[in-house]
Design a protein around this ligand. Structure first.
Ligand code: UD1
Ligand code: CA
Length: 458
């Protein structure tokens, strides 16, 4: 059987109160729709069709997925109408699985179960039991438990509203039958919409077997209509990720205060304190410790390194046994050798800092190459930008740069050189030499501060 997946994503999402279309709202840093596409791809369908409308071309542009057939539903006339828009691209012999762009946590395993029913020629529905079924379509069964139809809340009788088994919206059916049923669906209901749910009653009338199966968990089929629901699903998703990582050996100070928006690889005995945020692809080697409230994006950290609290690392490569922060900022293309130290209020960018070198306090190191065993004193600034272009600063091995030094690039400091505190380095410093550019200190004895004169006067 060949599977085609239709994802409904044309709705407005008024209750999000946002200019961003609902299916583009982020969950763990990715659009809701990207999560659904991820689950869909795991099933390896021959076609992925996304019905979009509200928000216009923003949706296809944001997803930039070239394996998707984007189907425009210009007017949102209901879920049945939405599925019908995708059917012209689907052969009668295919099996169709309908998903929702705003139901992000659906698992491929659950969906595979529905597909096997539909491949056998039946209509498969995914349902869930809810203590509070308000707002959902209810599953109506006969005395023997066979599904008869779905009734939308707005069209339901008082007795039907008491039913707690609800429609998740997700279903699978053979394409030929689905096409026939959708041609027969009308708008004769309280919302004047073409309801996809009406195909259930039509299938029963045609004698096609309808199999309604319960989802494994309610979270898996929860939809996002409000910011509060988005936050609930975000926490659920983060909790799942935290539990998976803990089962692989990661120590988390508090799994409820952990956020991963991407992929995290961890070695043995890694500790992550509260409030850390990981984005993109991050890897932490054996024994790494990440302090409270750090943000790491697309970064590799070597074994034994410590990232102290409130440090922000982006597109950085940290060697083994390094010490970073607290309050350090490593910007893109920072590469630290083994045992390097970058301390508080230090910013680095496009900087290679060699084994055992230290930049411990209040410095800016940009467009720089620093050798091994070098010490960069407090308040050192590489002046890499002349207002027009960026220039390189090269500092060799075993160099001592005194505090409050400016290095006006392009410039280089040779191996073993010393630069006195307060120097403005504008010319290359040869290896093993001393460079100082301080103005000589002047002493004026018995100096009276102007403001003090009258206290000593007559
Ligand atoms: C729908 C189901 C209801 C189910 C509920 C589960 C119908 C008639 N009702 O109700 O039984 O319990 O989902 O959440 O199907 N959409 C389009 N084009 C449209 C209309 C909707 O793409 O013209 C998309 C929406 O973007 C959304 C999904 O379809 O992703 C569901 O639409 P929505 O209007 O939220 O349906 P509900 O009334 O919640
Ligand atoms: Ca809905």
């Amino acid at each position: 059987m060949t599977t085609r997946i239709v994802i409904l994503a044309a709705g407005q999402g008024t209750r999000m109160r946002s200019d961003l279309p609902k299916v583009l709202q982020p969950l763990a840093g990715r659009p809701l729709l990207a999560h659904v596409l991820g689950a869909a791809r795991e099933l390896e369908p021959v076609g992925l069709h996304v019905v979009y409308g509200h928000g216009g071309e923003q949706v296809p542009e944001a997803l930039a997925a070239d394996d998707v057939d984007w189907v425009l539903q210009a007017e949102q006339l209901g879920t049945g109408h939405a599925v019908a828009q995708a059917l012209p691209g689907i052969a009668d012999s295919d099996t169709v699985l309908v998903l929702y762009g705003d139901v992000p946590l659906i698992s491929a395993t659950t969906l595979a179960g529905l597909l096997s029913t539909a491949d056998g020629g039946g209509l498969a529905l995914l349902t869930v039991q809810l203590d509070d079924p308000t707002g959902y379509g209810r599953i109506v069964r006969d005395g023997d438990g066979h599904v008869l139809r779905i009734v939308e809340e707005k069209d339901a009788s008082d007795a039907e509203r008491l039913l707690t088994e609800v429609n998740t919206g997700i279903l699978a059916a053979p394409a030929a039958q689905l096409r026939g049923w959708l041609e027969r669906v009308d708008r004769d209901n309280s919302q004047g919409e073409y309801y996809l749910t009406d195909v259930v009653g039509l299938a029963v009338a045609d004698g096609v077997p309808v199999d309604a199966r319960l989802a494994a968990s309610a979270e898996e089929v929860l939809g996002v209509n409000t910011k509060a629901q988005l936050a609930t699903l975000e926490r659920h998703f983060q909790r799942q990720q935290a539990e998976r990582l803990m089962s692989e050996g990661l120590t988390l100070a508090d799994p409820a205060r952990f956020d991963l928006r991407g992929q995290l690889q961890t070695g043995r005995d890694v500790f992550v304190d509260v409030g850390a945020v990981f984005e993109g692809a991050v890897s932490l080697g054996d024994g790494v410790r990440v302090g409270a409230y750090c943000v790491l994006r697309d970064t590799q950290v070597g074994a034994g390194s410590r990232i102290e609290s409130h440090s922000v690392l982006e597109d950085a490569v940290v060697g083994t046994n390094c010490s970073i922060g607290p309050f350090a900022r490593l910007r893109p293309q920072t590469v630290l050798g083994s045992g390097a130290k970058v301390g508080n209020f230090v910013e680095t960018k496009k900087a290679r800092i060699g084994d055992g070198s230290k930049v411990n306090h209040l410095s800016y190191v940009g467009d720089s190459e620093i050798g091994k065993g070098t010490n960069i004193g407090a308040g050192t600034i590489t002046c890499n930008y002349d207002g027009h272009a960026k220039h390189l600063t090269r500092i060799g091995d075993d160099v001592f740069i005194g505090s409050d030094t400016q290095l006006v690039a392009p410039v280089s400091v040779g191996d073993g050189a010393t630069v006195g505190a307060g120097t403005t380095v504008t010319r290359d410093v040869p290896a093993a030499s001393l460079a100082v550019s301080r103005a000589p200190q002047k002493i004026v004895a018995d100096w009276q501060r102007p403001g003090r004169r009258d206290t000593k006067g007559d």
